[in-house]
Design a protein around this ligand. Structure first.
Ligand SMILES: [Zn+2]
Length: 155
């Protein structure tokens, strides 16, 4: 059922490219914006924005799989799983953007700092992890689903 043929490796590379370009699309504008207008705790915010936006790469990947990949026709559950993955990645993307927008409020509940300046205060690892945990979980679910579906493509 799962195979590691050339076509599967190609789909894995496409998955890697889709996720990477989505992340780069967030990083580059942020780095340029930071030069002139730094925001406090940019690292934590940027990390969560990257996790959210890279879900759109998964959305692209799952749509491409649905349109171009061939699966075992006897296993109809794979197509259903593909549909589910499309919907899930869109949901993860939406929630990720929402949680990124709420991050300012969550940070300001625990800590106040001036706007539009860098803040020297480093949050504890557990606090940063707590704020990012759901986005990390979504990223892992999408990664497992994407790799699994890529390996199910029929050579
Ligand atoms: Zn601060």
């Amino acid at each position: 059922m799962i195979s590691f043929e050339a076509v599967n490796i190609q789909w894995l590379f496409f998955l890697l490219a889709a996720a990477t370009f989505s992340v780069l699309g967030v990083l580059f504008p942020n780095w340029f914006k930071e030069l002139g207008n730094p925001r406090p705790h940019n690292g934590l915010k940027l990390f969560n924005e990257c996790l959210a936006r890279h879900q759109f790469g998964y959305f692209t990947f799952f749509c491409a799989l649905y349109l171009a990949a061939s699966f075992d026709p006897k296993r109809t559950w794979i197509r259903n799983l593909n549909w589910f993955a499309i919907a899930l990645s869109l949901g993860f993307y939406g929630y990720g953007l929402f949680s990124s927008a709420r991050l300012d409020r969550k940070i300001s509940k625990n800590h106040t700092c001036q706007k539009d300046t860098e803040c020297e205060v480093a949050f504890p690892f557990r606090f940063r992890l707590r704020l990012s945990l759901l986005n990390i979980f979504f990223a892992l679910v999408s990664l497992v689903g994407g790799v699994f579906l890529a390996l199910l493509v029929k050579p």
